[in-house]
Design a protein around this ligand. Sequence first.
Ligand code: CTP
Ligand code: MG
Length: 215
Amino acid sequence: PTIGIVIPAAGRGTRAGQGCQKAFRRIGGDTVLNRVLKLFRSWNTNCPIVIVHHADDISLLEASIDRDSNIHTTTGGVERQASVLQGLRFLSSLPKSPSHVFIHDAARPFASHSVIPAIAVSDTLKKTDSNGLIQATVPRDGLFRAQTPQAFKLQTILRLHEIAATSTSSYTDDASLLEEAGLPVRIIQGESRNIKLTYSSDFEEGERLLRANSP
Ligand code: CTP
Ligand code: MG
């Protein structure tokens, strides 16, 4: 197989706050997005990488990454789902379009070279009603938290995203499109350090992770 990477980075980072979109914020001296690029480049030096960004972020983006000739950029959409679709279309339109794709959120700079990682749920899970009152404790056997990267056959996930774009359902997780289509998806062991930078406090946690790992 040949592999390409799609990195959705077009969100607004509303929950993290701090004024600057989180992919372009620095953590341990490098931008979040550049860490993600280095991760994939340490694994493969020249596979095509498509960064999906917001139209307002072009100059921030250029200032935030070390470019090479196989790093491409394209603009995203209002929801992550739309951004992923734009990235997949771009990858598929390249002259040497790959057979497979990794989709990986810019907001997860601490991943290592794993595919479709997921972490067994260890917290006690509660189901609530719309007022926030607990209705039940949910058994956690067989429950996993999905992470990225997630790996797919490029044409399969592109086709499913094209179909999803015409429906009213919304998806925050790409693997769920295959699940709904009845296609098998395998989970592999994830990594607890592969946190998603969602809130400002996650950046502090990320800084701690980096300090704990530096010699
Ligand atoms: N993303 C995207 N396009 C969107 C929304 C999200 O490419 N329209 C990307 C984000 O940039 C991020 C990933 O999808 O890398 C996961 O989304 P999330 O963590 O929700 O990031 P944001 O949408 O930026 O943050 P928030 O929801 O707090 O605004
Ligand atoms: Mg979001």
